[in-house]
Structures are given as structure tokens and as C-alpha cells.
Design a protein around this ligand. Structure first.
Ligand SMILES: NC(=O)c1ccc[n+]([C@@H]2O[C@H](COP(=O)([O-])OP(=O)(O)OC[C@H]3O[C@@H](n4cnc5c(N)ncnc54)[C@H](OP(=O)(O)O)[C@@H]3O)[C@@H](O)[C@H]2O)c1
Length: 245
């Protein structure tokens, strides 16, 4: 199936920022959405907004650290819409800090959400995609996977892991599945520095407010990867604000 209209897209991390913008963009272009995140109140508002606009969407409370939650996200797509065309694993934590602060709980959180969350998505969707004979994984990494900067090492390591496992998955996917990595640069979302140390977060937020691009820049990149004809696999997209070095 070429294009976006009619495709069933599940988004893990859909309640704000890039995931929310992508849900809105894809719904406007005729996709059917299955929206996952922990904040179900925000998901319900988004479902209402999409439905009011004539689109189709359903919310599933999802914590990507729980394998069963990803299985339920995928199963909901199958129950409600009969199949799953795309799993967009976008949930992420940017709880950044300097090593000296020893914010070990944040390190663990980023590993659990950013790496294990993506793996849980693969475990849930891969057997379904194999059985269907089609399907596409889209994973959110970051420009941090391409350039390490101070205070972001653990975050950068998790996003590098996402980049590596996505490329490995692409190589194993075979001729019927598609695997895409989307790496945003500074994007204007609430997630920048969220949960990180106050000092690091403040510096990042100041930079975000100066140079960040709107999240629909990433939504359009995701849409580009999804709308390609069968047999065309967009492997990697990096999108930065022009002002980002
Ligand atoms: N903004 C940037 O500059 C930037 C740059 C590069 C990469 N990224 C990446 O882009 C992705 C989206 O981030 P964003 O910038 O759009 O920030 P955001 O607005 O904070 O979005 C993060 C999303 O992830 C979800 N999430 C977090 N932990 C989760 C969990 N345990 N289970 C399920 N969902 C969870 C959040 O939903 P709940 O809190 O409701 O669960 C939210 O929907 C992340 O992977 C981030 O690392 C962002």
C-alpha cells in the first residue's frame, strides 16, 4: 500500500511533542491512529481532536518499559483496524545531567525508556509484521546519536543504541518489512531537559527557545518515510534546525 491514507499507525509516545504532532499530521492525511503513552488524559484529548476533525484514533495507556503494554498497543491496532502498518517507537526521556551529579536513577530511566522501550516495541510488532507479510518500524533517535556533547553522554549512548539496533533490524528485516530511523535535532517540545538536573535542563531550554524547530518538522519526515511505495525503504533521516551546529 502506497501513501498514508488508510494506513494503521501505532505511536508509542504520542501524548506530547513530536509524537503528538505526528499523530495530528498523519490523521490529517488519512491514517488511522493507535496512540500510546502514560498520560491517558492527554491521549483522550488528542483522540477527541482527531475524531472531531473527521479522523480515526484510539488511545491505549502505555508505559514502554512494560512489554505487555506494547503488546496491547499492537493488539489494539489489530482488533480495532484489522492490522498494523507502522509502529512509531518515539517515547523517550531526555533526563540529562553531568556524570559528576551521579543521577543514576535518570541513567537507568533513559536506558529503560529509550532502549528497552524500543526493544519492547520490536518484540510486540515483529511477529505481527511477519505474519502479515508487511509492516514498518519507525524509531526516534536524535542528533545526539551522531555527535556527543557534555552532559548528554548517557542520553547520547541510548540514542546511539537505538541507531545501531535499528540498522541491525533493517538488515534482518528482509524484503517485506521496512525500518526507518528518524533523528531530530533541537525540537521545540516540553521534553527538552525534562527530568534532568536543573542546571543542565535550564541551559538546554534556553538553547531550545533560541534555535529549536517546531515538532511538525519531524512529523513531515516520518510521513515521508511512511508514504513511500512498497519496496522503498527510507533508512535514515536527520532533521536539524539550520542554526544547530
Ligand atoms: N525535542 C528534542 O529536541 C528532541 C531531539 C532529539 C530527539 N528527541 C526524541 O524525540 C522523542 C519525543 O520527544 P519530544 O521531544 O517530543 O518530548 P516530549 O514532548 O516529552 O515527548 C515524549 C513522549 O514520550 C512519552 N514517554 C516518556 N516516557 C514514557 C514511557 N515510559 N512510556 C510511554 N511513553 C513515554 C511521553 O508520554 P507520557 O509522559 O505521557 O508517557 C511523550 O509522549 C524522544 O524519543 C526524544 O528523545 C527529541
Amino acid at each position: 500500500m502506497t501513501g498514508i491514507s488508510g494506513k494503521v499507525v501505532a505511536i508509542a509516545g504520542a501524548s506530547s511533542g513530536i509524537g503528538e504532532a505526528t499523530a495530528v499530521h498523519l490523521a490529517e492525511r488519512g491514517a488511522k491512529l493507535v496512540l500510546g503513552a502514560r498520560r491517558s488524559d492527554l491521549l483522550d484529548v488528542l483522540v477527541e481532536q482527531i475524531t472531531r476533525g473527521g479522523g480515526e484514533a484510539v488511545a491505549v495507556t502505555t508505559d514502554v518499559r512494560r512489554r505487555a503494554d506494547l503488546e496491547e498497543l499492537v493488539a489494539t491496532a489489530q482488533r480495532r483496524f484489522g492490522r498494523l502498518d507502522v509502529l512509531f517507537s518515539n517515547a523517550g526521556s531526555m533526563a540529562v545531567s553531568a556524570f559528576d551529579e551521579l543521577r543514576t536513577d535518570d541513567w537507568e530511566l533513559m536506558v529503560d525508556v529509550n532502549i528497552k522501550g524500543v526493544l519492547n516495541g520490536i518484540a510486540a510488532a515483529l511477529p505481527v509484521f511477519r505474519a502479515q507479510g508487511f509492516g514498518q518500524f519507525v524509531h526516534t533517535a536524535s542528533t545526539a546519536a551522531y555527535k556527543v556533547v557534555p552532559q548528554q553522554s548517557v542520553y547520547a549512548a541510548t540514542k546511539t543504541a537505538v541507531k545501531v539496533l535499528t540498522e541491525g533490524l533493517r538488515q534482518e528485516a528482509g524484503p517485506n518489512l521496512r525500518v526507518t530511523l528518524v533523528s531530530p535535532g533541537f525540537t521545540n517540545t516540553e521534553g527538552v531537559g525534562k527530568g534532568g538536573s536543573a542546571e543542565t535542563a535550564a541551559a538546554l531550554i534556553a538553547q531550545r527557545d533560541q534555535i529549536a524547530m517546531p515538532p511538525d518538522a519531524i512529523a513531515r519526515a516520518v510521513a515521508f518515510a511512511i508514504e513511500q511505495p512498497d519496496g522503498v525503504d527510507v533508512g535514515e533521516i536527520v532533521v536539524r534546525p539550520t542554526a544547530q551546529s
